[in-house]
Design a protein around this ligand. Sequence first.
Ligand SMILES: [Zn+2]
Length: 136
Amino acid sequence: MKITFGELYHNNHTLQEYAQQIQLKASKYSHIIPPMTEISSVKALDARICHGMIICECPDCKGAEIVWLKELFFMCSSCFNARVHGKWRKVKIPKNLDLIIATLERRPVHLNRNWDSTETLDDLIKENEIHKDEIF
Ligand SMILES: [Zn+2]
């Protein structure tokens, strides 16, 4: 996958370090980000791939954050998960994520590397086939 700023950040930082950055932002509003042991019991959020980055979208304010695959938790850096009382949300990824990524990597233009949980691996393979003669 083409390296983007988000992926570089993802590869060089932990979710805990990211949480510290969010805390710095939240401190401007006198808000405290809870430890990652404080997890909301609401339904897990679906991860998706946007322009080659694995992200999760905030269902409340539509902000988006990078997903740390080893730590599937979400804290919105815009609304600080206010709707779930500031607790961390769980993130869900598909079991075949590696295959989805491999299929998207066949697309040379990283802006076309997109997937969401409504699409199957077969959908992506078919799209690759349909657009194989285009600059894709
Ligand atoms: Zn939000």
